[in-house]
Design a protein around this ligand. Structure first.
Ligand SMILES: O=C(O)CCC(=O)C(=O)O
Length: 268
């Protein structure tokens, strides 16, 4: 029997959320993180696949698994985590409307690997072609759950603080490597002018952030893999977007849209 955790955010957390576009919820899944860790070990032994769950490999090391997506249709426990009341009610509270799961992934940041260049997630979702985020659509929200400890050394998430939730800017991007024109990130000159805050997390901690928040992470300089899981939720008022997202992605997993800040080796 699984246990539902009901969390109501304090007024101070809601205020912080509106002013920063992210909130840290320490220990949200501390009672379940060992179980989830075992499930991830299990999922990481599944055969390489792009037509069921979807496996991606490090850009500079195509043998090294970097990410698995779309695994909840094949794993009841993980499905319950990502679609259960604990997360969905929390995300819906922050979204101000009913939220629905858009997609999920496990990021395996292996030693030496896994940097994520500065980006805003929304550029890879529905609003990537816009000049700015649409003020009439509540932002898609991500929840990060730390399975392992995420530290400065192993490349924890970094965000731009004081980024209010109603900031609609889509920051200019560039392709930093001439031989990888499909791989885009926030312009270096702009990234260098922004302030970045490192957000270390303990196993079981959660961080929720909007698709508008610029973020990045550095490579893992430790000798152990650092695992984090992410769920992304969209407002139900725009429809249930999951099926179309994965259909499109399967047609062309190498589309530049899926490389924003997040390069991977070419997928078949
Ligand atoms: O897991 C990380 O280090 C950062 C991940 C990230 O930025 C992303 O997947 O969009």
């Amino acid at each position: 029997m699984t246990q539902t955790i009901t969390t109501k955010l304090a007024d101070s957390q809601l205020k912080f959320w509106k002013e920063n576009s992210y909130v840290h919820i320490p220990g949200l899944f501390k009672d379940r993180v060992d179980q989830m860790s075992g499930w991830i070990d299990e999922i990481s032994t599944w055969k390489p696949s792009m037509d069921q769950w979807m496996c991606y490999y490090e850009m500079d090391n195509p043998e090294q698994l970097s990410r698995i997506e779309n695994f909840i249709p094949y794993h009841a426990g993980m499905k319950e985590i990502f679609t259960g009341d604990t997360i969905v009610s929390l995300i819906s509270e922050l979204m101000n409307e009913q939220a629905v799961l858009y997609k999920e992934r496990i990021n395996f940041k292996s030693p030496g690997g896994g940097p994520h260049a500065a980006h805003q997630d929304g550029v890879a979702y529905e609003q990537g072609e816009n000049a700015a985020f649409d003020p009439n659509i509540n932002p898609y929200l991500s929840i990060l759950i730390s399975i392992d400890e995420a530290t400065e050394e192993n490349g924890c998430l970094q965000v731009v603080p004081d980024w209010p939730i109603d900031n609609l800017e889509i920051l200019p991007m560039e392709a930093p490597y001439p031989d990888r024109p499909d791989y885009m990130k926030i312009k270096q000159s702009l990234e260098d002018r922004l302030t970045w805050k490192k957000l270390p997390t303990q196993p079981g901690d959660a961080l929720i952030f909007t698709e508008r928040l610029p973020h990045r992470s550095e490579p893992n300089l430790s000798d152990k893999t650092r695992r984090i899981i992410y769920g992304v939720y969209n407002p139900l008022s725009v429809g249930d977007k999951r099926k179309k997202y994965y259909q499109d992605k399967r047609k062309n997993p190498n589309d530049p849209r899926y490389m924003v800040g997040n390069p991977h080796a070419p997928s078949e």
